[in-house]
Each structure stands twice: as structure tokens, then as C-alpha cells.
Design a protein around this ligand. Structure first.
Ligand code: CAA
Length: 384
């Protein structure tokens, strides 16, 4: 695998060691433990194996400091091998992210050891049937009961790891304040009475997903993450970290597409030569190669900025996520085209990859939302 980008100035020596560790694990186990026909079992198996190998120390760090470049490297490498392996790794990070970033020592101690071991799966429950892109419209209600507890009532949907997670970070409306100001984040164990999986959801890629129903779920005030009313900030600060890593996963998928495109073009016989001899194949390869490099630059730049202590990397993380996910779709599409009939054959690796990439342009902020974020940042920095 081409990992020449590891020499980039964005990365430290420890990142090269980490990349080698992840690559060695992924080459041996990622595909072998993934079964696209059983996403739940795969994610459970993969998380445990990554926990045993010590890889989950990076998404669930003991010292509470997320190394965003290390997260991106792992997602880049894992996604090149297996989307399910990337998913299992990433969700341990996103699902514990609000606790890592905003939790008390007691909350961290409760959640992180099991998450790090890969035995307790984590989940981030933000979206609702009537509020996806518009986070400030969340309606799930958390009502104080006067005895130091809240009662949660409402629905969450599109929840990754829904149904197999041991705990959920749930964003709910606690106050009278409208919009973003009235939201709070809670840590809710999956076994809390009144919390049920209302529906398992199947999407184009193999992802464990569910809609959850909260029916008078009792949550202690000490399970609040951050202060009451801080939920929007908790969600956005977590997404500021993880959006760049979605770009990294897209980058891994794009690299995989390019690997396959080059292999197919170089071996497929056509018109007395190989497909590669046809200049239009060379154009496809060149365009995918440029897409890969541009994505890598944006992703590792955003991660480096965050690791360097930048107060806000919202704009850079959105740019990385937007560009890399759109580029990965183009690379996967060119790869299908180079494979011809094989590329659209159900179960072929090119077809699977095409389906696997699609959701990245939707989740953790759709491409349209990233454009909104970027445009606002441009306005705010350029308007006198
Ligand atoms: N960090 C810190 N604070 C932030 C922030 C950030 N990144 N972004 C906004 N804020 C602050 C703002 O400064 C503002 O504060 P003040 O009121 O004090 O000025 C406040 O939060 C409200 O911000 P906005 O006015 O910008 O809020 P908005 O309602 O216009 O929404 C949005 C902004 C960017 C569109 C936001 O709603 C958004 O990101 N939507 C997409 C949601 C999303 O990504 N969902 C993903 C679901 S999770 C998932 O997919 C995981 C999975 O399962 C794979």
C-alpha cells in the first residue's frame, strides 16, 4: 500500500508507528472479521478484536486528549481494508467523544474502560425523525422530576450502533429556551427502563442502525454531560473532531477505489492491449489520484490544526469532510465504470464499495450542511 503521505510535515514520528500498527492489524484481521451480511455481529466482533489489540486506546484515550491525526490515520487505513472495521473503530470514538471532551472523571471512569476494551459499544444519539440537519429543532424532552432526575420522552433515529450499544449519549431539550440554547446531553445506559429499539434500519452500506424510543426514561442529574443548556455545544464540538475523521474514512475508501481501478485497467485486455492503453482510462486514474491527494491534504491539515490547539476548526473540518466524501463517491463511480458489467454486479467489490461510500455524504452533517458551515465562515472572516 502506498503510504508515502506518512512523510508529510503534518505528522509526528509517533503517527508513523501508529499507522504501521494499524496497517499490520488491518491486513491480518479487518476483512476476515467483516461480513457484510451480518453488520451487527461484525461490529461486535471487530470492536472486541480491536480492543484486545489495544487499538481503541486512540478513540477512547485515558488522558482525555483525542489525537485527531491518529484517529484520521486509523480511519484512512481501516476503511481501505474494510468499511465495517472503520465503522466499529469510529463509533467507539464518536459515541464516547462527548464524555472524553466534557465528562467528569467519574463519567469517564464509568464509560471509557469498557469502550476501550471493545466490550461495551458506544453510540451518539442526536438525530430525530423531525430534526436531522437542523439540530436546534430537536424535540426529545428531558423534564426534571424534582427528585434529582430527568424523564426522557421522544424518539431518536439513524442511530449508529443502535440496538447493540451498551450506552448512548442522548441530546435532549431540557429548557424552555428555544433552539440551540435549550439542549443538554445525557449519558444513558442501554438497559435503562423505558428505552427500546423501535425499529432496526437497513441502509445501502452494512451499518447497524436503529430508531430508539424513550418512554419516561429516568436519568440522574449526574448523568448530564456538561452543564444544562450546553448540549448544542457538546454536539458541535464533538462533530468538529469527528467530521475530519469521516473525511479520513472517505479517503481510505477512495484509495481502495483507485487501487482497484489501476489493477483492473492494467490487466483487462481490450483492443489488442490493456484498458490502461486507452487514454480515457488514464484520465479516470489521474482524476481519482488527484481526488485522493486533495482529500488527504484537507483531512490531515484539519487534523493537524486541531491537534495544534486551534480553538475552532469547524471550517477546516467541514472542508475536509465535504471534499473527501464527494471525491470518494467520484472515485468509486469511476471504479465501477472501469469495471464495466462487473462493476454493477451485486456482490462485486466495486459494487460493494459504490454502496459503502454513499452514506458518508449524508451522515455527520450532509454535504449541504458542510457548505452552509463553510459559507458562514467565509462571510464571517471576509465581511468587514
Ligand atoms: N463549536 C462550538 N459552538 C458552536 C459550533 C461549533 N462547531 N457551531 C455553532 N456553535 C454555536 C454558535 O456560535 C451559536 O452560539 P451563540 O448563539 O452563542 O452565537 C450556537 O452554537 C448556535 O449556532 P448556529 O446559529 O450556527 O446554529 P444553527 O441552528 O444555524 O445550526 C448547523 C448550525 C451547522 C446547521 C448545525 O445544526 C449542524 O451542524 N447540523 C448538522 C447536524 C449533524 O451533523 N448531524 C449529524 C448527526 S450525528 C451522525 O450522523 C453520527 C452517525 O450516526 C454516523
Amino acid at each position: 500500500a502506498d503510504i508515502s503521505f506518512l512523510d508529510w510535515p503534518f505528522l509526528e514520528p509517533r503517527h508513523r508507528d501508529w499507522a504501521a500498527e494499524v496497517e499490520a492489524w488491518a491486513a491480518a484481521h479487518a476483512e476476515a472479521l467483516s461480513d457484510e451480511h451480518d453488520a451487527d455481529a461484525s461490529v461486535i466482533r471487530l470492536a472486541r478484536a480491536m480492543g484486545d489489540a489495544g487499538l481503541l486506546r486512540v478513540p477512547c484515550p485515558v488522558d482525555g486528549v483525542l489525537d485527531v491525526r491518529a484517529l484520521c490515520l486509523a480511519r484512512d487505513i481501516l476503511a481501505r481494508h474494510s468499511g465495517l472495521a472503520d465503522f466499529a473503530f469510529a463509533m467507539q470514538g464518536l459515541g464516547t467523544g462527548p464524555v472524553t471532551l466534557f465528562g467528569t472523571p467519574a463519567q469517564r471512569e464509568r464509560l471509557l474502560p469498557g469502550a476501550r476494551a471493545g466490550t461495551a459499544l458506544a453510540a451518539f444519539a442526536l438525530s430525530e425523525p423531525e430534526a436531522g440537519s437542523d439540530v436546534s429543532a430537536l424535540a426529545l424532552a428531558a423534564t426534571p422530576d424534582g427528585n434529582g432526575h430527568y424523564r426522557l420522552n421522544g424518539d431518536k433515529t439513524w442511530i449508529s450502533n443502535g440496538g447493540i450499544a451498551a450506552s448512548y449519549v442522548v441530546f435532549a431539550r431540557t429548557g424552555e429556551a428555544p433552539g440551540a440554547k435549550g439542549l443538554s446531553a445525557f449519558l444513558v445506559p442501554a438497559e435503562a427502563p423505558g428505552l427500546a429499539v423501535a425499529e432496526r434500519i437497513e441502509v445501502t452500506a452494512p451499518h447497524p442502525l436503529a430508531r430508539l424510543r424513550f418512554d419516561d426514561v429516568r436519568v440522574a442529574a449526574e448523568d448530564l454531560l456538561g452543564r444544562p443548556g450546553e448540549g448544542f455545544k457538546v454536539a458541535m464540538a464533538t462533530l468538529d473532531v469527528f467530521r475530519a475523521t469521516v473525511g479520513a474514512a472517505a479517503l481510505g475508501f477512495a484509495r481502495r477505489a483507485l487501487d482497484m481501478t489501476v489493477a483492473q485497467a492494467s490487466t483487462r485486455k481490450i483492443f489488442g492491449g490493456t484498458l490502461f492503453d486507452q487514454q480515457m482510462s488514464q484520465a479516470a486514474i489521474a482524476d481519482s489520484a488527484v481526488d485522493v491527494e486533495a482529500s488527504a491534504l484537507l483531512v490531515y491539515r484539519a487534523a493537524w490544526l486541531k491537534d495544534s490547539g486551534a480553538a475552532r476548526v469547524t471550517r477546516e473540518a467541514s472542508m475536509a469532510k465535504l471534499h473527501a466524501t464527494e471525491a470518494a463517491q467520484r472515485c468509486a463511480d469511476r471504479n465501477v465504470q472501469i469495471h464495466g458489467g462487473l462493476g454493477v454486479t451485486r456482490g462485486h467489490k466495486a459494487e460493494e464499495l459504490y454502496r459503502e461510500v454513499r452514506a458518508l455524504r449524508v451522515y455527520e452533517g450532509a454535504s449541504e450542511i458542510q457548505r452552509v458551515v463553510i459559507a458562514r465562515a467565509e462571510r464571517d472572516t471576509r465581511t468587514p
